[in-house]
Design a protein around this ligand. Structure first.
Ligand SMILES: Nc1ncnc2c1ncn2[C@@H]1O[C@H](COP(=O)(O)OP(=O)(O)O)[C@@H](O)[C@H]1O
Ligand SMILES: [Mg+2]
Length: 477
């Protein structure tokens, strides 16, 4: 068993009080007894709905090597049969451990924020950098006040590269997180109306994302979307934060990481790019213009951390779209295949545009139709009705003949769509499911997208249940 932390280092980093004989160390860190691996330390974090202390016994059953618990909870835990480290506050202890992990690391560190494309960019970086060294990266979208310290604390001391996703719903959330991460390179993928309910406008969102510059290492670099309307603002904010190296990526002629040529295909893209003066070509194994944009940031960041661009470019060919983020399935229908594009993980106006473009670029067969199944984009506040209705132009501008809409906010779109677009609206996902299942025909391409909270992943599961997948052109994660 390789040790992530010795018990000695663990106790010292957290300023904890060990109870009982300690093991040599721990092999991992868990905050969820259901996914805990034997030998992990279990941190009893208190979340919104649950308190980890209630799962102490379950964690021991699952094989926890050590439990990290709060002093105040100790009396109520009773007799526990595992070693314990007592701390004042468990989340604060995890943060301290994260800071210690960062302090002992000599990895090149990249942080990714933005309104859409954080996880996609982070996973692409994980994938390509694995071709040139040992990489540590955030699990899933672990990008918040517990996800970031957890990812830091899990960082092995011998990795060459580490990639962190940093997210926010409110101003002030990124600053403390990035100060723990201390990246060498900070990427802002793009600025769009995500969580707009908590902000007055897009400039405010950009300003909150710009907090990421405040944690950059001295001499670190900011990598910004040169094609984004808020490039200038972010550029200014980066300089104001003392960042000297600000680079743009995109189609814009002044980009340092510049797209020279781009051919979009249904299941991949071919690009030519100039990365800090190096000309290169690459095939990107996951489709979509938005993926090309993310890849430009990936190439720029990889170059900045000293990775060999030829190896990085080759690795791009076997990138694949992730579940809920563009993953494709070819479904078996008795009379011919149906293509399913699973975009059910999240949705905001920018990612809706990206996904509609993806649908539009995917060929139908025979009598097949392009079908968009769209659910509410959440957290848009007062702007919600207007932004939902505005999707009508997007749909009319593409070759989508049929739309299925679900969720209270989507009513505004149902009302805004012209009569030539065949529209089925239902208030919720459960009502929509049978209508959709009954309507699909061989040759159709169907794209399912909504904010996660609306539960459109259920529709994906229902389709996969009714028509088993022939082959998945993308990996399962
Ligand atoms: N650069 C981008 N611009 C616009 N939309 C994007 C971009 N990258 C990804 N997307 C869209 O956003 C969705 C969510 O991507 P993800 O990487 O999970 O974002 P995040 O982690 O920022 O929430 C994808 O399924 C895709 O539709
Ligand atoms: Mg994410």
């Amino acid at each position: 068993m390789s040790l992530l932390w010795t018990s000695e280092a663990l106790v010292a980093a957290m300023d904890g009080r060990p109870l009982g004989p300690m093991p040599d160390g721990i092999s991992g860190i868990s905050i969820d007894s259901r996914s805990l691996q034997p030998g992990d330390a279990f941190f009893a974090i208190k979340g919104e709905a649950m308190d980890g202390h209630d799962f102490a016994t379950a964690a021991i059953k699952a094989g926890a090597g050590v439990l990290v618990v709060a002093e105040g909870k100790l009396p109520s835990l009773g007799r526990l049969t595992a070693p314990i480290i007592v701390v004042e506050d468990v989340l604060a202890a995890l943060e301290k451990l994260g800071v210690a992990a960062r302090a002992r690391s000599s990895a090149k560190i990249i942080a990714v924020t933005g309104s859409a494309g954080k996880t996609t960019t982070k996973e692409a970086l994980r994938h390509v950098l694995s071709a040139v060294g040992k990489v540590h990266a955030s699990a899933q979208s672990f990008n918040n006040h517990w996800g970031v310290p957890l990812t830091l604390a899990r960082m092995p001391d011998d990795c060459d590269y580490a990639v962190f996703e940093i997210g926010m719903n409110h101003p002030g959330e990124i600053r403390p997180l990035v100060k723990m991460v201390r990246p060498h390179v900070a990427i802002v993928t793009m600025i769009a109306a995500a969580h707009l309910g908590f902000f007055r406008n897009l400039d405010e969102i950009a300003r909150a994302k710009a907090e990421i510059f405040e944690g950059l290492e001295p001499d670190g670099a900011a990598v910004l979307n040169r094609d984004d309307a808020r490039f200038k603002l972010l550029d200014k904010m980066a300089h104001a934060a003392g960042v000297e190296h600000v680079y743009g990526f995109g189609e814009n002629a002044r980009s340092t990481f510049k797209l020279v040529k781009c051919e979009l295909h249904a299941d991949h893209s071919d690009i030519a790019a100039r990365i800090s003066g190096h000309d290169m070509i690459a095939r990107i194994g996951a489709p979509g213009r938005h993926m090309v944009q993310n890849v430009l940031a990936v190439l720029g960041a990889a170059h900045l951390v000293g990775a060999d661009l030829d190896k990085i470019a080759l690795a791009l060919a076997d990138l694949s779209a992730e579940r809920g983020r563009g993953k494709r399935h070819v479904l078996r229908h008795p009379k011919g295949p149906i293509t399913l594009i699973d975009e059910s993980y999240n949705a905001n106006p920018a990612s809706m545009a990206a996904a509609m473009a993806l649908l539009n670029a995917t060929p139908v067969t025979g009598e097949g139709r392009r079908i968009a199944v769209l659910g509410d984009m959440l957290e848009l506040g007062d702007h919600s009705a207007k932004l939902h209705a505005a999707l009508a132009d997007l749909i009319v501008g593409t070759g989508t003949q049929t739309v299925f809409l679900g969720g209270p906010e989507m009513r505004a779109l149902a009302e805004a769509l012209p009569s030539e677009v065949k529209t089925e609206y239902r208030a919720g996902v459960d009502d929509l499911k049978p209508v959709l299942l009954a309507a699909l025909q061989p040759g159709d391409v169907v794209m399912i997208k909504s904010s996660k909270g609306i539960g459109f992943a259920k529709l994906v599961d229902a389709l996969l249940g009714k028509f088993p997948a022939e082959s998945a052109t993308s990996k399962q994660t």
